[in-house]
Design a protein around this ligand. Structure first.
Ligand code: BES
Ligand code: ZN
Length: 462
């Protein structure tokens, strides 16, 4: 480890400036005006993979391309590790709430601020850097490595599932390692046992052909904003449970061991509340905060649009109203089934005086795993070595849609080790990644590979 550690020390400043270069590319996958930038970020990853010593190419998907890197020097009998990450980012708006511009990375108070610093460019970069160091100093890796960086994760990975099906042989791996999440707390690393899934839809309500004078027509013509509000209000009951018939049918109970592990995690509701600035916490009755976040499904309104929202008052009867609504799902809920349940529910509660439509946007399956096996153990030991404390097992409320599909299609076991910190402002203004975790993260990955180097441990997982 000494040789690689020294190399890391020598390269750290260069790594930081390379990461900054990556962060300067506004690869906002949701916006077509950024299509060229998004592709440029994909090409940037390909170039980095090549300079690290992997064979790499940018593969077309019909959407944003996939950057694929391969190093197969360990030979056909050695295990293969798939490293997954994403080079696309969420839109940076509202720009006025950023302390410094989102695509001009800076280090302030020990934090790297930029859109994508945590989610996921900063974390993907750790893997590229670790591979570069290992190949530069040792000339080889203990396992075959395939790196797959996609450009559509933030829009639900629409092209990735067909891509993985198509390249299934080439992507074949024993494990997939992903750094796109956070540690449980500062100084306390974690490995994930779950991610929630997602089912996302738009509810559109149409009344009159166009907006009308609310005095000349109001009272006699239906108001889509009021109708939409009533529909949304039917989605939960008083105890915070979701009312779609059949919604909980596929929710499976968590095992006692996992629940007991969650119960003893160092977590304080009041600290968590204070971190959000909300006056109080709320959610489904009968569950604690971590259970609500990791183990229970939810329904949230993500956006609302109707009528006049500008300065002052305008007396208008809106013609349309729209809500973006998403459900976070837990095993074994199926996103397509949830959208069907939403359609049926909305059709039942909607009045006949307006036109109501449910349009599916995207979704992903939940993921849950038993944390075990050689790769998991190597990750656990590596985190302990780098951070000086054994990682805790945690769930995650967010989603990474492809994880379950990797396990299903490739038969690879997913290992999720994230290096961001809680409060990293993923998807929000002032997203940041701890500058110190640039070094710690790479150090962890170097330790991870060095642990795979022990021949007694590199056995193919069953
Ligand atoms: N990195 C996140 C997943 C995540 C979120 C991990 C929060 C840990 C904490 C990922 O990039 C993400 O944002 N996923 C989306 C998926 C969606 C667009 C299908 C999400 O969870 O909203
Ligand atoms: Zn994200």
């Amino acid at each position: 480890m000494k040789d690689v550690r020294e190399e890391l020390g020598r390269s750290l400043d260069r790594f930081r400036s390379e990461l900054f270069e990556f962060l300067r590319i506004p690869s906002v996958s949701a916006r077509s005006e950024h299509d060229a930038d998004t592709r440029r970020a994909g090409s940037w990853v390909v170039e980095r993979l090549r300079s690290a010593g992997l064979d790499a190419e940018l593969l077309e998907t019909g959407g944003h391309p996939v950057a694929l890197g391969e190093w197969r020097g360990a030979g056909p009998d050695a295990p293969t590790l798939l490293v997954y990450g994403h080079y696309d980012v969420q839109p940076a708006e509202p720009l006025e709430l950023w302390t410094s511009p989102p695509f001009e990375p800076v280090v302030r108070d020990g934090r790297i601020y930029a859109r994508g610093a945590a989610d996921d460019k900063g974390q993907l970069f750790l893997h590229l850097a670790a591979l570069e160091i290992l190949l530069a100093t040792r000339g080889s890796l203990p396992v075959n490595v395939v790196v797959l960086a996609e450009g559509e994760e933030e829009v639900g990975s629409p092209s990735l599932l067909p891509f993985v099906e198509r390249w299934k042989e080439r992507l074949g791996a024993d494990a997939v390692v992903i750094s796109d999440s956070a540690m449980f707390a500062e100084g306390l690393p974690s490995l994930l046992f779950s991610l929630r899934g997602l089912a996302y839809a738009e509810i559109r309500v149409q009344g009159a052909r166009s907006d009308l004078h609310s005095g000349a027509y109001g009272g006699a013509v239906p108001n889509p904003a009021m109708t939409l509000a009533r529909i949304l209000a039917t989605l939960h009951d008083e105890s915070g449970r979701i009312t779609l018939p059949g919604f909980y049918d596929d929710v499976v109970e968590w095992d006692e061991e996992t629940r007991a592990g969650v119960a003893v995690l160092p977590f304080d509701d009041e600290d968590f509340r204070a971190g959000t600035g909300a006056p109080a916490l709320s959610g489904e009755s009968g569950f604690g905060t971590l259970e609500r976040l990791w183990m229970r499904p939810t329904c949230e309104v993500n956006g609302l649009l109707s009528g006049y929202t500008g300065e002052g008052a305008k007396t208008v009867l809106p013609a349309r109203a729209m809500a973006k609504v998403s459900f976070r799902l837990v095993p074994d809920q199926d996103p397509a089934r949830v959208i069907d349940q939403l359609r049926m529910h909305v059709a039942r509660v909607a009045p006949g005086d307006v036109i109501v439509e449910v349009v599916e946007l995207h979704g992903g399956r939940p993921w849950r795993a038993r944390p075990e096996g050689v790769f998991f153990e190597a990750a656990r030991d590596a985190l302990e070595e780098a951070f000086g404390v054994a990682p805790v097992l945690t769930g995650e409320g967010g989603s990474i849609p492809i994880v379950t599909e990797f396990e299903r299609i490739l038969g690879a076991k997913a290992i999720l080790l994230g290096f961001a910190l809680p409060g990293a402002n993923m998807h929000a203004p002032d997203e940041w990644f701890p500058d110190a975790h640039l070094e710690k993260g790479i150090e962890t990955l170097l330790a991870f590979y060095s642990r795979l180097d022990r021949p007694d441990r590199v056995v193919r997982p069953a």
